[in-house]
Design a protein around this ligand. Sequence first.
Ligand SMILES: *Cc1c(COP(=O)(O)O)cnc(C)c1O
Length: 307
Amino acid sequence: MLLPQHIPSTLLQHPLLDQMEVEMEVMRLDQVHPKVSGNKFFKLKYNLAEALKQKHQQVLTFGGAYSNHIYATATAAKIIGLNSIGIIRGELLDSQNPTLGHAKAVGMLLKGISRELYRDKTNPKFLEQLRQELGEFYLIPEGGTNALAIQGTTEILSSNQFNFSHLATSIGTGGTFAGLANSLLPQQELLGISALKGDSIQEEMKQLLHTHHIQSQGSLSIWTQYHHGGYAKWTSELIEFIHWFWESFGIPLDPIYTGKMAFACWDLLQKSYFKPGSRVLLIHTGGLQGNLGFAQRTGIELPSPLA
Ligand SMILES: *Cc1c(COP(=O)(O)O)cnc(C)c1O
């Protein structure tokens, strides 16, 4: 019901690509749906179907105040006729925040909780308390990664992408990477660019693949040096890159996920990581709704199709 018919893509044209004899294309998951952009669309699809199947009237999930997941869940739930509840990290909900403003406008019930309580988000006792207070609900975990989400992200790649030698995606909780790994072909390499600081993501991804019985046919690599300071942190180099990418290719990026992913791919191109003849698919996972909140928080305006 939520699935798009067609995912657009954009071929990049640049002298460096010609010189390196590398082709790069961007898969525009930011354009899969006018309201539920990006990978969250795929992650939510089977979860919402399951909520309906179990005859739930509402879904509940967790997220930060600028979360793409909160934005997408609120929108998708509204579209298929489910009520939604967002439990937001931080007690005071800013009424000017565009992400929460949108979630509220499409009917999501928002509840801010302290950072201490928020850490308890997977504790069965805490979830039971929420059920007492808010009524029965279908639970979608923070970031949306579970078995049904991975079933959805396994569908991102189709037979149209068999020709690419490399695919690249951003990694947050890893549900997108896991689904892509699941559908990878033997001759393909999947690059995961971590949006978070630290190397523990290597072990966590191994665990996640193991838990979901995914043995990729292709080869996998996870890159941890492109976080630009950590999750939701940025450098002026990253901001400049996002502007340059927009001016060069007309594609908007976000500073949390897709900007870091594209930055990494361009850096690897410059360092001759991709051999001549490579065809690289950059998966634009969306997240552009966050650019408005980013501007509000930092005063830094970024290219945005919503602006
Ligand atoms: C949530 C998100 C990601 C991370 O996806 P995971 O499945 O959690 O790894 C990447 N890009 C964007 C734009 C996102 O909103």
